[in-house]
Design a protein around this ligand. Structure first.
Ligand SMILES: Nc1ncnc2c1ncn2[C@@H]1O[C@H](COP(=O)(O)OP(=O)(O)OP(=O)(O)O)[C@@H](O)[C@H]1O
Length: 375
């Protein structure tokens, strides 16, 4: 059969490469298409060395040509990788901390802190070294969730400097703005004070070696978020939402804040919390109290990964109040849900680190409230 180069190109226009918005012809990934009798050779240049993306591009091209023309065609896909040069991190990286993950939510009360605490203990139980920085200045909840409400960080000498020692609970190193306020005191941090305190907990703390530092951000998209992104090279952000329309609208704003060109923090994905309710006595029954798969659909619409769902379970609330994250019970449905989510988060971090350069701390010079961050 006579193969036409142009027809092949137009067929390839229907394929896009994971992580790139445009199709592979428009993005310039397809460099050349040659036909020799019943053989097609496609030269492709990818921007990422990730093996699964290479394999996917190869199989997508082969399958589509077989499907659209003939299964007898010999397809050869030559893949070259031209990864963009990795610039140096310009923000202050923290020695010893490999990945900083911001956990955020657009709306308050959707379970962002609960998800942070449970994700942290799950990652720790998988053998990772994990820290949590509770940056929720309006309602720091990590001290209660980790049962260390009465603890106060001590000062230790590291290389001649005195540093704050995080509190260790369930294998997770924790610092919280809550350690420095009394529980019944109304939080009256002004933006600059809070930013200064957070900077101390980040840079003047003895975190040691960590694979993951999870940042529990305040809800919304405010000053504190910008300050933290300005002072820290955040590896990626995770957005927590319930499936409810009002929460989703705010989650969307959260995702677009991270994705804004001036901020550019990779979004690792969305977690759906309170996805459905299952009564303990009827585990097969699922009630979609806040709507069904709203956050999953949002992830699809925004083309960001969906990291998993957590049901509404009484034990999650009780465990949070009692100070023992529910996911510590690994064989339970909650424990299993968090293992799945933690695996997906790790996978996304690995993929992100393979395919993108390190995040630069955002340089914001005009936003009110950010000038307090130490230069
Ligand atoms: N999946 C769940 N099942 C049952 N209860 C939950 C679940 N997720 C969160 N909760 C409960 O909902 C309440 C709010 O959760 P949490 O404090 O984690 O929310 P948040 O989004 O961090 O709130 P904030 O806006 O204060 O930061 C808590 O009492 C928590 O125990």
């Amino acid at each position: 059969m006579k193969l036409d180069r142009k027809e092949i190109l137009s067929v390839l226009e229907t394929i896009s490469i994971a992580g790139e918005g445009k199709n592979m012809v428009e993005s310039g990934a397809v460099q050349n298409v040659m036909t020799f009798g019943d053989e097609v050779v496609v030269d492709v240049t990818l921007q990422t060395p990730a093996m699964h993306i290479k394999k996917r591009a190869e199989s997508d091209i082969t399958n589509l040509i077989h499907e659209k023309f003939s299964a007898d065609i010999k397809v050869k896909v030559n893949i070259k990788v031209e990864a963009p040069e990795k610039p140096e991190i310009k923000g202050k990286s923290i020695p010893g901390i490999s990945n900083i993950i911001a956990v955020s939510s657009g709306k308050g009360g959707v379970g962002k802190s609960t998800v942070t605490a449970n994700l942290a203990v799950t990652l720790a139980s998988m053998g990772f070294k994990v820290g949590v920085l509770d940056a929720d200045i309006y309602g720091p909840s990590m001290p209660i969730m980790f049962d260390v409400e009465k603890s106060r960080p001590i000062s230790v000498e590291v290389d001649g400097k005195s540093k704050m020692k995080p509190i260790l609970s369930y294998g997770v190193e924790i610092l919280s703005i809550g350690f420095f306020t009394s529980p019944d005191q109304a939080v009256i941090w002004r933006g600059p004070m809070a930013s200064k305190a957070l900077n101390q907990m980040i840079f003047d703390a003895d975190w040691g070696e960590l694979d993951f530092l999870l940042l529990d951000l305040p809800p919304g998209t405010g000053d504190i978020h910008l300050s933290l992104m300005q002072s820290l090279p955040i590896t990626g952000a995770v957005v927590v939402s319930t499936p409810q329309a009002v929460a989703l609208a705010d989650a969307k704003k959260g995702v677009s804040m991270f994705m804004a060109e001036s901020i550019n923090v990779p979004v690792l994905g969305i977690i759906e919390n309170m996805a459905y309710f299952t009564p303990a006595e009827l585990p097969e029954n699922k009630y979609y109290i806040f709507g069904q798969e709203g956050a999953k659909n949002l992830a699809q619409d925004l083309e960001v990964p969906f990291l998993g769902e957590v049901p509404i379970v009484q034990s999650i609330r009780e465990a949070g109040d009692y100070g023992r994250p529910a996911a510590l019970q690994q064989d339970s449905p909650v424990g299993e849900a968090f293992v799945q989510i933690a695996r997906n988060v790790v996978e996304q971090v690995v993929y992100r680190n393979e395919s993108l350069p390190p995040t630069e701390a955002v340089k914001i010079t005009t936003m009110a409230g950010c000038s307090s961050v130490k230069k």
